[in-house]
Design a protein around this ligand. Structure first.
Ligand SMILES: *Cc1c(COP(=O)(O)O)cnc(C)c1O
Length: 390
């Protein structure tokens, strides 16, 4: 990639060199199918086992509770569809929230068309899900609560432990989309009473196209992909060995560095947030001020249009992402920003900057300067109502 300041780590991360080194032998060196009987396959099988141990250790799970998938989206689809199928005789009601990733929301919408009923919980203006609201939404026919651990847009950390406690007490299965949280904040499936959990390799400096679904051992997990005996007959298909090995290495490294990395990122994140809020008028922070991912800053610059902001930032070598997407010609605010109560106009002026462990204070100082300049310039020529004098 050309030289620039990459601040889109919630979208994907750079793979670490150590991860690449761990993967390389399994492409052209030992490319045996781990399911085979001959001796080279033994080493491949062993490497997959190590990856299973490493990815399980991150969340206090047993290696046998990890199912490798092709990423976070597949894991979310699988978890929700498997429970809907497996518990159909018990009920057809699912509880989720309005700020979930589309991999969860669109799966729920699909299941509604199949006759399920879904409650989409509201969140407060910080994006927090209320555990009381979760408890209130539980009905006798509720089979699943699927709520994310950390939001990918605004970075808000959800009260997973309290939700897990409620789910356990009421005898409802609890799935969490932990794609943003896994490797970034401490998670424990035992103490947090999590029955199913989704994670993805490329959000923690691992490879793309590999993820996992954790499923508690006493649960019968209905398969999503049929065709072979891989993953204990639950997920057919020859294993993505290099990907799985890389994911395992990334998980091991992320676990070792979590505390230090999170402290460093939090300090840098707060430096950026404080500077931007102090120096650029009519600006607010989206998401919870403290209960948020250590690398996430999401701003709303009122009276500007985010698309132009992104383009002008790109011209300065700064890469972030916006708060709206162009769907069929019209700019639609993201469902997350709408759910926290933002107007369409304000959502359009939103910018997400997500840091990595390589981000430096010098870079963020440059970003703050450029933002001030560009936001000022865009407001000067805005067709929007002019900002009131401060
Ligand atoms: C990125 C992301 C996903 C999708 O993961 P992929 O591996 O890209 O399929 C799901 N949920 C959340 C919260 C994410 O951030």
């Amino acid at each position: 990639m050309q030289h620039g300041i990459y601040l889109d780590n919630a979208a994907t991360t750079k793979m670490r060199e150590e991860v690449l080194q761990e993967m390389l032998p399994f492409f052209c060196g030992n490319y045996a199918n781990p399911a085979a009987i001959y001796s080279p396959a033994g080493a491949v099988k062993k490497a997959v086992g190590t990856a299973r141990e490493r990815t399980a250790a991150m969340i206090g799970a047993k290696p046998g509770e990890i199912y490798f998938t092709a990423g976070g989206s597949e894991s979310d689809n699988w978890a929700i569809r498997a429970v809907a199928k497996g518990a159909a005789d018990k009920g057809r009601h699912i509880i989720t929230s309005k700020i979930e990733h589309h991999a969860v929301l669109h799966t729920c919408e699909y299941l509604e068309r199949q006759g399920c009923e879904v409650t989409y919980l509201d969140v407060d203006s910080d994006g927090l899900i209320s555990p009381e609201a979760v408890e209130k939404a539980i009905r006798p026919d509720t089979i699943l609560i699927s709520l994310m651990a950390a939001n990918n847009e605004i970075g808000t950390l959800e009260p997973v432990a309290r939700i897990g406690e409620i789910a356990r007490k009421r005898g409802v299965l609890f799935h969490t989309d932990a794609v943003q949280a896994y490797g970034h904040v401490p998670l424990n499936v035992e103490t947090m009473h999590i029955d199913l959990l989704s994670a993805s390799g490329h959000k923690l400096n691992g490879p793309k196209g590999v993820g996992l679904l954790y499923c508690r051992e006493n649960l019968r997990l209905h398969p999503l992909i049929f065709g072979g005996a891989q993953e204990r007959g639950r997920r057919a298909g020859t294993l993505n060995v290099p990907g799985i090995v890389g994911f395992g290495k990334a998980a091991q490294l992320a676990k070792e560095t979590m505390r230090e990395r999170s402290e460093k990122e939090t300090a840098l994140r707060d430096y950026l947030i404080d500077r931007v809020l102090a120096e650029i008028p009519h600006t607010t922070l989206n998401g919870h001020r403290r209960e948020r991912l250590s690398n996430n800053a999401n701003f709303c610059f009122r009276f500007i249009e985010g698309e132009s902001l992104l383009i002008l930032l790109d011209q300065q070598g700064i890469w972030g992402s916006g708060g709206s997407a162009c769907t069929s010609g019209a700019t639609e605010p993201s469902h997350v920003l709408s759910a926290i109560g933002m107007s369409r106009e304000d959502a359009r002026g939103s910018l997400r900057l997500t840091l990595s462990e390589e981000t430096t204070k010098e870079e963020l100082s440059y970003v703050a300067e450029k933002l001030k300049e560009i936001v000022g310039r865009l407001r000067g020529m805005a067709l929007w109502p002019s900002p009131p004098a401060r």
